[in-house]
Write a new protein. Structure first.
Length: 281
């Protein structure tokens, strides 16, 4: 990478909030992003946008830099060059708007016998709205119960999270990410560890919530088949970007196998993607 490329460009601050709502509004914009960790390149020349109400699937093999990509969007990892804009601002300028971003991490470790309820776990997602060392108000409690209800766990709010099935636990963490006035939802391998019926139930729920709540979604997975059925667009990365386009174009590309550099761990059939253009009229 040349020294010339080691330049960070400013976002057009306010562009998102000044939008009149006409046309597609860009919520996330990555432009020629390079990331190094420990002096080693992790992401190279990553460029894509996420528009309002879009479902973007990010695929790639294990170790491809997918989780790092989400951490870049969240402002937890700073690129060495390129531009990252989220809602018209650089991630480190988002302090007052972070409650609009929900994040479901790849793994959530907790003691299965620790006495924490579903309600308590979801309430943790409201901390950014409540403030540290402050008590939850009526609006916070209502937001928590609304989130529990919309993910289909109403009546289980007093249950200990360790007593729930794997699929139910995933819904709890989804509710935690949604209870904070969420506009952008970032998910890192949220269906990992689930059997096929539970995966399908989770994806159907997520697709329904995206439409009902007007969410913009970035969904990271190594499972191409799962994402191809639900995403509006897909990005395939393995440190660098290999593909970006509609699911049908990505799944049918010979470059997909090049990105994985190994045998596929999925089977791609003719019905592996949905026809978005037909659905949009």
């Amino acid at each position: 990478m040349s020294k010339k490329s080691l330049k960070m460009h400013a976002c057009k601050v306010g562009e998102y909030f000044d939008s009149t709502g006409d046309g597609d509004r860009t919520l996330i914009d990555l432009d020629h992003v390079y990331v190094e960790l420990g002096g080693q390149p992790v992401l190279q020349d990553i460029t894509f946008t996420l528009n309002d109400r879009m479902f973007l699937g990010v695929i790639g093999p294990n170790g491809a830099g997918k989780t790092t990509l989400l951490r870049v969007i969240l402002g937890l990892v700073k690129p060495v060059s390129g531009t990252v804009c989220v809602m018209g601002m650089q991630p480190n300028e988002l302090k007052g708007e972070l409650h609009h971003i929900g994040y479901v991490p790849q793994s959530v470790y907790f003691d299965q016998i620790f006495p924490v309820s579903v309600y308590d776990v979801v309430m943790m997602g409201r901390i950014c709205c409540i403030g540290r060392f402050r008590f939850a108000k009526k609006a916070d409690k209502e937001a928590v119960m609304d989130s529990i209800r919309i993910v289909g766990l109403e009546g289980l709010e007093k249950r200990l999270i360790g007593e729930l099935s794997g699929g139910q636990q995933k819904r709890v963490f989804l509710a935690r990410a949604l209870c904070r006035e969420t506009r952008i939802l970032l998910l890192d391998e949220p269906t990992s560890g689930l059997d096929i019926p539970a995966q399908q139930q989770f994806m159907d729920l997520l697709t329904d919530l995206k439409e009902r709540l007007g969410l913009s979604v970035v969904f990271v997975s190594h499972d191409v088949n799962v994402l191809a059925q639900h995403a509006d667009e897909m990005v395939c990365i393995n440190r660098s970007m290999h593909l970006h386009g509609k699911p049908g174009d990505v799944v049918g590309s010979e470059r997909l196998q090049e990105a994985y550099r190994c045998e596929f761990d999925f089977l791609v059939g003719p019905g592996a993607h949905h026809d978005h253009d037909a659905g949009r009229g």
